[in-house]
Design a protein around this ligand. Structure first.
Ligand SMILES: Nc1ncnc2c1ncn2[C@@H]1O[C@H](COP(=O)(O)OP(=O)(O)OP(=O)(O)O)[C@@H](O)[C@H]1O
Length: 305
């Protein structure tokens, strides 16, 4: 469990985090989302005891990081994967960390396997790609088999296979009852992994919600393509819908562009089923009926504007 309680962090004249409160619960992946400079990394650094809060508190399993009895076994973190440098191999790097934390070499072998780096374990880190460094950082975070994981932008630099592996890994770690907090500035990416979303902007909490709740709030419309658009528009308006016919400026994923004689309508206030029924009852042909929802990315931009 991670608790951030009325946290404020000021650097000089910059208020990086301002009165922020949220929880990340065991058994869930909590997505920590915000545009660049929103205060995500700062919050994570305070949670991890690397920066002192100006006011407020951040707790891991009910205590400040410095008061954890077995830090490596309780919390694992990856903040900046590019920080790891050097001529050592991935195995030796992890082995040194394991040794310092009183952990066995078996854990090193295990975490290398978990992040898909077994084949590169003996290669020098200096020659690693950004994605490989990212995997190594995640491996280091997992080393102590911790109940709490904090990952800052873990997807950066990973290829599609790496992203898929990471998603599956994080989901399975949460399913084992661990607390997983991961930051991102990409809503779509995080919504595929996280159960809960904590959205911040300018250091303040904007939303503490779930992906499903957020999607439900941004009501969509229905795209209707018909050769009888004028008559159908009248029928739908009489049934209580609002109909827009100025679709030219919309970037709509269409099954086909309107052909001669057809016109598009954007309908709100009636479901696709109700529109289809009304069209049938009035004898208007319908060539397309597509429910549209504001994309999560659009919702995010609107929320953090
Ligand atoms: N050590 C520091 N000293 C001074 N200002 C800082 C420091 N760390 C962060 N800041 C400032 O605090 C604000 C929040 O930065 P932070 O890195 O926490 O945001 P972020 O949400 O993680 O952004 P990004 O997605 O770009 O990493 C920014 O204005 C940043 O310039």
């Amino acid at each position: 469990m991670i608790e951030v309680l009325d946290l404020t962090k000021v650097y000089g004249s910059t208020r990086a985090v301002s009165g922020l409160s949220f929880h990340a619960e065991p058994g869930q992946v909590t997505g920590f989302l915000g545009p660049n400079g929103a205060g995500k990394s700062t919050t994570m650094r305070v949670i991890l005891g690397l920066h002192a809060p100006t006011s407020g508190r951040a707790l891991i399993n009910g205590v400040a990081k410095r008061d954890l009895r077995h830090p490596m076994r309780e919390v694992g973190a990856m903040l900046d994967a590019t920080e790891v440098q050097g001529g050592r191999s991935a195995f030796d790097h992890l082995q040194a960390l394991a040794h310092a934390g009183g952990l066995s070499s078996r854990r090193v072998v295990h975490v290398l396997e978990e992040v898909g780096l077994t084949g590169a374990a003996r290669k020098r880190i200096a020659g690693f790609s950004q994605g490989m460094r990212q995997r190594l950082g995640i491996a280091a975070a997992l080393l102590g088999d911790p109940g709490v994981l904090i990952l800052d932008e873990p997807v950066n630099g990973l290829d599609p296979d790496g992203i898929r592996r990471l998603r599956a890994l994080l989901r399975s770690l949460a399913a084992e009852g661990r607390t997983v907090l991961l930051s991102s500035h990409l809503m779509t990416e995080i919504s595929l992994t996280a159960d809960k979303l904590v959205i911040i902007s300018h250091g303040r909490l904007i939303e503490d919600t779930t992906v499903a709740q957020l999607q439900a709030r941004f009501v969509g419309d229905v795209l209707v393509r018909s050769p009888h658009a004028t008559r159908l528009a009248g029928v739908l308006e009489a049934a209580g819908a609002t109909v827009r016919r100025d679709t030219a400026a919309e970037t709509i994923p269409r099954s086909a562009a309107p052909s001669a004689g057809e016109e598009e309508l954007l309908v709100t206030g009636l479901s696709a089923a109700a529109i289809g029924d009304a069209a049938l009852a009035s004898g208007c042909a319908v060539h397309e009926l597509t429910p549209r929802r504001a994309s999560l990315e659009e919702s995010f931009l609107e929320l953090t504007r």
